[in-house]
Design a protein around this ligand. Sequence first.
Ligand code: HEM
Length: 412
Amino acid sequence: MSLFRKIQDSLVRPLAMRALLTLERIESGVAYNPLSPALRADPYPVYEALRRKDPVHRMRLQDAWVLTDYADVDMVLRDSRRFGNAGREFGYIPQVSMLDLDPPEHARIRGLVSHGFTPRSVAALEPRIRETVRTLLSSVSGKERFDLIAALAFPLPVIVIAEMLGVPPEDRERFNEWSNVVSLIVDPLLNDEQVRQVQQAVSEVFTYFEAVAEERRRNPQDDLVSALVTAEVDSERLERDDLLVNLLLVLVAGNETTRNLIGNGTLALLRHPHELEKLRDDMELLGGAIEELLRFDSPVQLDSRVARERVVLRGRRIAPGQRVICILGAANRDPQVFTDADRMDVGRPAGNHLAFGRGIHYCLGAPLARLEARVAFEELLPRLDGLRLAEEPRYRDQVTLRGLEFLWLESA
Ligand code: HEM
């Protein structure tokens, strides 16, 4: 049990947490508390302080190091020999997806799963994605007030993935609920009730997909489950557990992240009306603008690794087995890499952001996420004329992912 979990479970949790954060502040002049509501609302000033005062920061709530400088984050994500993914999972379920594997197993599983994500199969989804976006937006057209998360950002990725997986429409509601619960699995600090909910949902998802996979083995269709059950590399196939846990990964990795890109991106545009106008006047900028939105308010804020050997970084000694938390959201605002990094600029040359990670675990779904975002913004931007924020939006209570609970818009 981690030090954090022991403290959480004890009655002295608030006091102990305060003491550990004070210790951090004494040691480095800055503290990193992922549970702080202030960080949730706006993490960027804290990231800036960490990067300036202590870019390789010893976190005391967990036995971990926190990196905020682009060059360090980039180095760690590329160096899969010294910084691995295996062993970083939080142990909520026994099965391990490709996300938590190291070479050579990682390449084998990723090679098999990527059969379902060929450029051709992703590009072929565009007409259906557009039809879905139009249907979703037409249900709110003419309304004085609506929540863009509920209307578009939440349902779109779920529908796209459900269709890719071959989930029939009558199962969509259950699929929505599972998707919401299982995405908690990427958070390091769940309470016991959340862990129970995640395990229950995972068990239901596994039972469901096991039956679908069995059916597709006998009767392959044009969907992702069929692609995965028939995929073969060097005469190897996915075993049952690998198949199920990687289907689960697609569900977890693809839904809330894409929802956050659409939600955070729309909010950023509404808060920068000049940039929104620039983009609406020249839709050719959209591809680059999506990269800028990914950089500016990254849907996945953290990515972690476990040190495989002793590493000295900027004079700090990282011990084997210690967790290294790479703050993608901070690296993406590093002024040494991005000029005027806190400014959102839809015309910024499409960059080198780390929102999809880097190295061997680079997001397998990036082309799909970009396609969904492009189609969503192509359809949404003309409609944003005359719409404004109806109330201050709130970010969801999460550590790893950053996204809005709701985004209420109203006619101007
Ligand atoms: C804006 C949307 C998205 C963002 C910001 C995002 C971000 C990321 C990041 C940061 C990683 C790297 C994790 C690591 O290094 O440990 C990752 C991996 C992954 N993502 Fe995404 N993702 C998005 C959408 C999607 C979609 C739509 C899918 C699939 C439907 C997907 C599937 C995956 C998979 C399978 C991996 C694991 C790759 C591996 O371990 O080799 N993602 N994603």
